[in-house]
Design a protein around this ligand. Structure first.
Ligand SMILES: Cc1cc2nc3c(=O)[nH]c(=O)nc-3n(C[C@H](O)[C@H](O)[C@H](O)COP(=O)(O)OP(=O)(O)OC[C@H]3O[C@@H](n4cnc5c(N)ncnc54)[C@H](O)[C@@H]3O)c2cc1C
Length: 415
């Protein structure tokens, strides 16, 4: 096959598939329902804070190799910033303690043997049960594999799982938690350096991809929502966009890189994850104190992670479903009171914005993980992509990009 590849959805899964296919010289058209690319990973100008902000703070790790390869291929590898070594600052709002977790670079976890580097209050033996997650079978929840209690759990395992899986840690899929441990902690500090898009998700992950696609002759059609797929004899024969129908030639193919609920409405009989978890972000327009670390893990508060950007402090709360219907101003005040305690800034509320993504990710339970389909479908020119497809990872940028790469590979191999 060497016809046109139509990619539906300009989130990271769709964009990474497009970047990969155009690099192979394939003709690509991306169709995006909304007026912007990036999907759940985007920047926008916010009137309340009077600046461009991200829909949510996104943390990558230096072990996210597909994401880093993607950035290299769009010429944006320098736009993610992070410390030279794997360090994570934490603050406990209940006890007032602060500490820095310092992983050593290699796979032998010397940091566990060094009380100045490991989690305060823990012993070497506390870390052994973590290995059980590495070999956790599918179908088991975290609480069925490790004890969800104790200092190591509260200060490292729980924050890691809540952030990576976006779910209350005991309910999370042990297989997905194990994948995170395998690709980060088990590799060593060189895979655990925290990386953030300091200048914004748009200028880092999205706009360079669009420029790259344009330079390679791909078309990106915004506000072009796919309404239905037309099936015939084991293949997709046409794409229905309402006002326009695109008939597919025998060599044309489709990558469906839309959220699971949309994919299920377009593809008859497709099983997909159906439960979701929210992520809440609060953004405050204020200069962070000079000594504020770029990322601070927070325990025993509403705030889970505090990010410092130029002119802005920003908070992430994963598995935030309990906050979805909370009155906005009250929530902003609660969060700011914690931020003021953490930073020493005045208690008066600065200009703020709360962004609540109800369906931020699929719920990373064992049952929902088992409902994820692979890339290949029963229609020979239809391939699926998205963070919710079976990637072996939770719903993350890394997972979305790997799914896009896999969809592109699947189509390239059919040629
Ligand atoms: C607040 C928040 C914080 C997050 N934090 C992190 C983090 O710290 N680290 C991390 O790795 N991940 C994080 N994630 C997850 C990450 O954003 C996602 O995994 C990733 O962006 C998913 O990309 P995707 O392409 O699979 O899906 P999406 O981004 O959902 O893209 C799907 C696209 O399809 C389009 N579409 C839908 N229907 C149609 C149609 N009919 N026709 C055409 N187009 C259509 C949509 O408009 C959208 O642009 C976070 C997510 C959120 C919401």
């Amino acid at each position: 096959m060497s016809g046109t590849v139509h990619i539906i959805g300009a989130g990271l899964a769709g964009l990474s598939a497009a970047v990969q296919l155009t690099a192979l010289g394939r003709k690509v058209v991306v169709h995006e329902a909304t007026a912007f690319a990036g999907g759940r990973c985007r920047s926008y100008h916010d009137a309340s804070v009077g600046m461009t902000i991200d829909n949510g703070n996104h943390l990558l790790l230096s072990g996210n190799h597909a994401a880093l390869d993607y950035l290299r291929s769009i010429g944006a590898e320098g736009r993610l910033v992070g410390p030279p070594s794997a360090e994570f600052n934490f603050a406990d709002l209940a006890s007032g303690e602060r500490w820095t977790l310092r992983f050593n670079d290699g796979p032998i976890p010397f940091w566990v043997f060094d009380s100045a580097r490991r989690v305060p209050g823990t012993r070497v033996l506390d870390y052994l049960p973590l290995a059980r997650l590495l070999w956790a079978p599918a179908g088991k929840a975290v609480s069925e594999v490790i004890a969800c209690q104790g200092i190591l759990y509260q200060r490292l395992v729980e924050p890691l799982i809540v952030a990576a899986l976006n779910i209350d840690a005991p309910d999370g899929s042990a297989r997905l938690a194990g994948a995170i441990v395998r690709e980060t902690l088990a590799v060593g500090g060189r895979a655990c350096r925290p990386l953030i898009a300091r200048e914004g998700l748009g200028t880092t992950l999205i706009e360079p991809a669009l420029a790259n696609l344009q330079a390679r002759g791909a078309a990106v059609r915004m506000e072009h929502q796919l309404r239905s797929l037309r099936f015939d004899a084991g293949r997709i024969e046409a794409l229905d966009f309402g006002a326009e129908t695109i008939a597919l030639g025998v060599d044309d193919a489709v990558i469906l890189a839309v959220p699971p609920y949309t994919a299920a409405s377009l593809v008859p009989g497709l099983g997909v994850p159906t439960e979701f978890r929210a992520i809440v972000n609060a953004h405050f327009r204020i200069d962070p104190p000079a000594a504020q670390p770029p990322i601070l893990g927070v325990l025993n508060g509403t705030v889970q992670w505090l990010f410092a950007f130029p002119g802005r402090l920003s908070v992430t709360i994963s598995a935030g479903d309990r906050l979805i219907d909370a009155p906005r101003e009250q929530l902003a005040r609660t969060i700011w009171s914690e931020v003021a305690r953490l930073t020493g800034l005045p208690g008066e509320l600065p200009p703020w914005q709360i962004v609540r993504e109800r369906r931020a990710t699929f719920a990373a339970t064992p049952a929902q993980d088992a409902a994820r389909p692979g890339a290949v479908t029963q229609w020979r020119n239809l391939v699926l992509a998205g963070d919710w497809t079976e990637t072996g990872l939770p719903a993350t940028i890394e997972g979305a990009i790997r799914s896009g790469n896999r969809a592109a590979d699947t189509i390239a191999k059919q040629s």
